[in-house]
Structures are given as C-alpha cells and as structure tokens.
Design a protein around this ligand. Structure first.
Ligand SMILES: [Zn+2]
Length: 158
C-alpha cells in the first residue's frame, strides 16, 4: 500500500482508531462518523473506510475494509496485515486525541513549559498544535510498546 494511506473509522471502532493513531496512521474518527456521513467523509478526503457494518455496501461507498473481528487486537492486526502497514515505522508521531501530526520540540524550548522533573528526565518532546499540548515519552508509551509486542509486532531499533 502507498505511503500516506488515510483512513476513516466507523464510530463503533474507537479503540481501533486510537491504536492506528498510536502507530502514526492518519485516522479520521468521531461520533458523527457512521452511515452516510462516514461515506461522505471518505469521499471528501479520499480515505479508506474501516467498518464492521456490512450494510454499508448498500450505500455504494468508495473503498471499504470490512473489519472482521469484534476484538480490537484482531481488528488492529487485520488492518496492519491487509494494508501492509509497519506498526514500528512511525509510532508516537501523531496526537491520539485529535489525529494531528506532532511537531518535534527541541528540549531547550520546553524548559519553562513542563514540570522540572519531566524536563530533567526526558529528552524528547513533541507538540500538538491543535490541542496546544506538549507530550513526552513516558510510562504509557512503554505500555503501548508492550501491547504492540503482545500483538506480535516486536520492538523498533532493537
Ligand atoms: Zn492533539
């Protein structure tokens, strides 16, 4: 699959959407996104539809990836497999809350903006210009890596 593939996830697939964002994929998601609104959004932004709703085919949608499982791990594995994604290529490069790609922040520029403990123990900082928030790798990121590992995707750079 080409670089820069984009998705729109059905509102019932929130956990899947979140995990695709965690690995850096561009996923549009919102509670308004189901049925015709899902299709409109996919058309407007050339996104691949992710849904479990077979009924969508009656609405003559553009490209659809029908998600088979009810369980998010299986759903995630299906999308990674079917779309040829590499989960370890760009993890943690996108805001999980709003889907905006992070801007890297040099350490020197965050000193007054994060707690002193964080500043002294972290070296990498990212900024979401949409949420106006600074993020840094912390224990939650390690937990996510563990989760990816549990799904069979190993550890990057090791
Ligand atoms: Zn954000």
């Amino acid at each position: 699959m080409p670089e820069g593939m984009r998705f729109v996830a059905d509102k019932m697939l929130g956990r899947l959407a979140r995990w695709l964002r965690i690995i850096g994929q561009d996923v549009s998601y919102g509670l308004h996104l189901s049925g015709y609104e899902l299709i409109r959004s996919a058309r407007r932004e050339s996104r691949l539809i992710l849904t479990r709703d077979r009924g969508i085919y009656k609405k003559s949608p553009p490209a659809v990836l029908l998600i088979q499982s009810n369980h998010f791990r299986e759903q995630f594995k299906q999308v990674v497999h079917d779309c040829g994604l590499d989960p370890l290529k760009n993890p943690f490069t996108r805001c999980v809350k709003c889907n905006t790609p992070f801007d890297p922040m040099p350490k020197g520029s965050v000193e007054k903006k994060v707690p002193p403990y964080v500043f002294s123990t972290q070296d990498q900082f990212s900024f979401c210009r949409s949420c106006q928030r600074i993020y840094w790798p912390a224990t939650h990121q390690q937990k996510m890596m563990d989760e990816l590992k549990a799904m069979g995707f190993g550890t990057p750079g090791i």
